[in-house]
Design a protein around this ligand. Structure first.
Ligand code: AHR
Length: 508
């Protein structure tokens, strides 16, 4: 396959939103316990935070981390997770059929985000709780002192407010699986009133209303319309969630799976259209952006078959749940999903890859053992590090193929950024062809003289195939390798992408 891309400094989409490279830590499986927190682990610090995991998190550099759920938040009592640890109750977490010990809570999370150098994003429980409890946790987190909950925080050893700006009004409230699931009208009213009251506590916060938990939800579109009709003046973002998988025995071929970003493009554009229709109808000046606060590859068909999903498991503390092991193919798909988010960075201004550790994680960690990066961590880290400045509108002309599920897709998927200050042009490119290399030409004449600064690719090395993954013994088996042969001459960059690969090329 061949592709001809054209970019120009005059054709930009928006500044790269800093919060586009977020992740997510849920009280689910081993996301928290033996994930980011494991007192007694040889590498744990005095607070029980795993410093080996923290080191890897700092390398990945998620700019924002959402917490504490997910479905978990819809039955959560945040008060259980603060104060002296020996007085914290154990509870049944109905979302994941797990015993929650509450050893880790809001205070620990705040310490962890400071240590990780990331911004916290909190979700409040609008499943089993409501306006008052949302205001209480906000008062505990953000109010300086002199009131019941702010003084409680101070008594718990945190004199300074946590100053959390981003708050999610519940989680996936459109999903029948959600504890406290609601209709769009029920949720819209509750979200609007909760938002209004929270803003009275702290007017500086930014609020996310729940959108659809996937594009395929039967209520998609109508849900967004009704929720935004109720909440438009009170919120800043509407959320979107999407998970993709390759179905081993099912109808979805590898070609479909590799086209997942096409579905994400269409989903985002549909949410934008719906939000803008509500804006037009209500004659609102303000624009609602998207918080794509859960996205990833997730082999949900395997999860649905599990005892936990079927409600047949024992109640356990921190069981192994959806610890998907990611392959080269998954990493290429994650790279294209990042490209989709970047292409829509004018409207998707918050995004959280789900999740950070163990649970469909960028990272894996073993209890008492090592921590390592999954293949999907590499495109995440590369885009987070290298996408700076302005997002470029990349014009792609080239070979396409038909995905039965998602329609006509480019074989070469592309996104790019241009940092006017440093002069660096960054291109993020995937070759979806599983058998053949792709020849790519990039028209860069508008940038003047350019040379190659950096070029790296994730693909199957000698002796590997598209299913190759990393594990505790081979933590670096899949990663970024040099991409040789990139050339720039006469306003055109030329390169070849190996079959089934994701690459980053920087020119300056
Ligand atoms: O990320 C795993 C789960 O996926 C979250 O708890 C939920 O919000 C979504 O369905």
């Amino acid at each position: 396959p061949r592709a001809r891309l054209t970019i120009d400094p005059d054709f930009t989409i928006a500044p790269v939103p800093r919060r586009l490279f977020g992740s997510f830590v849920e009280h689910m499986g081993r996301g928290v316990y033996t994930g980011i927190y494991e007192p007694g682990h040889p590498k744990a610090d005095a607070d029980g935070l795993r410093t080996d995991v923290l080191d890897l998190v700092r390398e990945l550099g998620p700019t924002v981390v959402r917490y504490p759920g997910g479905n978990f938040v819809s039955g959560y009592y945040w008060e259980d997770g603060v104060g002296p640890k020996d007085q914290r109750p154990r509870r049944l977490d109905r979302a994941w059929r797990t015993i929650e010990t509450n050893e880790f809570g809001l205070g620990e999370f705040s310490r962890w985000t400071r240590a990780a150098g990331t911004e916290p994003m909190m979700a409040v429980n609008l499943g089993t709780r409501g306006v008052q409890e949302a205001c209480d946790i906000l008062e505990y987190a953000n109010h300086a002192g002199g009131t019941k909950y702010s003084d409680l925080r101070r008594a718990h050893g945190d004199a300074e407010p946590f100053d959390i700006k981003l708050w999610c009004l519940g989680n996936e409230m459109d999903g029948p699986w959600q504890v406290g699931h609601k209709t769009a009208a029920e949720y819209g009213r509750l979200a609007a009133e909760t938002a209004r009251a929270m803003r009275l506590v702290d007017p500086s916060i930014e609020l996310v209303a729940c959108g659809s938990s996937k594009y395929a939800m039967p209520t998609f579109g109508e849900w967004e319309r009704v929720v935004l009709e109720e909440t438009y003046d009170q919120v800043d973002y509407i959320s979107a969630h999407a998970y993709y998988q390759e179905d081993d025995d099912g109808p979805h071929s590898t070609g479909d799976f590799l086209a997942s970003a096409r579905d994400m493009d269409v989903f985002i554009e549909a949410v934008v259209a719906t939000a803008d229709a509500v804006r037009a109808r209500g004659k609102h000046r303000k624009r609602i952006d998207i918080s794509f606060d859960e996205w990833n590859v997730w082999y949900q068909s395997r999860h649905r078959a599990s005892a936990i999903a079927k409600g047949e498991s024992e109640w356990e503390v921190a069981p192994r749940v959806i610890e998907d092991e990611y392959s080269i193919t998954d990493a290429v798909v994650v790279g294209t999903l990042l490209n989709s988010l970047l292409r829509h960075g004018d409207r998707v201004t918050v995004a959280c890859q789900a999740q950070l550790v163990n649970v469909i994680g960028l990272l894996r960690s073993e209890p008492g053992g090592a921590a390592w990066k999954q293949p999907i961590a590499h495109p995440f880290e590369q885009v987070r590090r290298r996408a700076t400045g302005e997002i470029l509108a990349v014009r792609t002309r080239g070979d396409r193929y038909e995905s039965p599920r998602f329609g006509d897709v480019d074989v070469v998927d592309a996104a790019g950024t241009w940092d006017a200050e440093s002069g660096v042009v960054s291109l993020f490119l995937a070759n979806r062809d599983q058998a053949e290399p792709a020849t790519v030409e990039v028209g860069v004449r508008g940038f003047g003289e350019l040379r190659v600064q950096h070029a790296a690719v994730l693909a199957a090395d000698e002796g590997q195939d598209r299913h190759t993954t990393n594990d505790e013994q081979h933590p670096d088996r899949v990663g970024m390798r040099p991409l040789d042969g990139v050339q720039v001459a006469d306003g055109t960059a030329q390169l070849t992408l190996p079959p089934l690969s994701w690459a980053v090329v920087q020119l300056v």
